[in-house]
Design a protein around this ligand. Structure first.
Ligand SMILES: [Zn+2]
Length: 259
């Protein structure tokens, strides 16, 4: 007889797909690919790319994708004055608002991912190690909260740390590495290792969509998606209801319960 434990152990990997650094002139192709396989995603766009590609933003929204803020010039927050960074976010917000306006789709949630995952204490979601860094991290989190940004609810990848406003990731596809650009096999091997190394059933994967002096990454996004589909990975829909809303709701419930 088939044991339920065997079935549970074979639970397929689930991913939330997030794509940073666009839009590029290839974003519409990525949108079509995702759409043809019914794969939901969040695109975190940088303002200096979006300003000349508003129509691509509109196309993404009309096709059901969520658009988020990825600053204007993609400069690391810890290397610049706070206010300059806040101004970049505001500038990009007005472009994203324009995309929603022109697509006639209501913007349900304002989300953001920080360039390099730099919250004020260095790359890759680094934690602050001194008072100055703590202050810088808090200043940005407070600014984002006041500006109406909300953290995304990535369901079972969530922890208290996720009450931070900016969207984190748990797997980096590293499609920006120059050694991967001309070597799809090496890239897919790296992606496979990253999937194997993660012990989570659900991960937030970070891919990139860009074309600039460093080259382009769309072909790696496309082959990664195909690879993940072949491995029967399940792509989860991004939940519009933010983590804070969920949190407030559960607090409200317990208040009523114990008052
Ligand atoms: Zn980026």
């Amino acid at each position: 007889m088939k044991s339920i434990f065997t079935a549970a152990a074979k639970k397929p990997k689930q991913l939330y797909l997030t794509i940073d650094d666009g839009p590029s002139e290839y974003t519409n192709e990525i949108i079509s690919l995702l759409k043809s396989h019914d794969i939901p995603a969040v695109f975190f766009f940088r303002g200096d790319s979006l300003i000349n590609r508003i129509e691509i933003g509109v196309n993404a929204i009309k096709n059901g994708f969520l658009i988020g803020n990825h600053s204007y010039t993609h400069t690391a927050y810890s290397t610049m004055p706070n206010q300059d960074f806040f101004d970049e976010i505001i500038k990009t917000e007005s472009l994203i608002d324009e995309c929603y306006l022109r697509s006639h789709v209501k913007r349900e949630i304002k989300v953001i991912r920080l360039p390099y995952g730099d919250r004020g204490a260095g790359n890759y979601l680094a934690q602050p190690t001194n008072e100055d860094q703590k202050e810088k991290v808090n200043a940005l989190q407070n600014f984002m909260k006041q500006a109406g940004f909300q953290s995304l609810n990535f369901s079972d990848t969530s922890s208290d740390e996720d009450l931070l406003i900016d969207a984190k990731w748990t797997i980096d596809a590293k499609d920006y590495l120059s050694k991967h650009k001309d070597n799809e096999d090496l890239h897919l091997e790296n992606l496979n290792n990253a999937l194997l190394q993660s012990t989570n059933t659900t991960d937030i994967i970070l891919m990139h969509d860009f074309r600039h002096e460093l080259g382009r990454s769309d072909h790696l996004v496309k082959c990664s998606i195909q690879y993940l589909l072949n491995k029967n990975i399940i792509f989860l829909p991004i939940k519009i209801k933010s983590l804070q809303e969920m949190h407030q709701k559960s607090l409200g419930f317990s208040m009523r319960k114990y008052n």
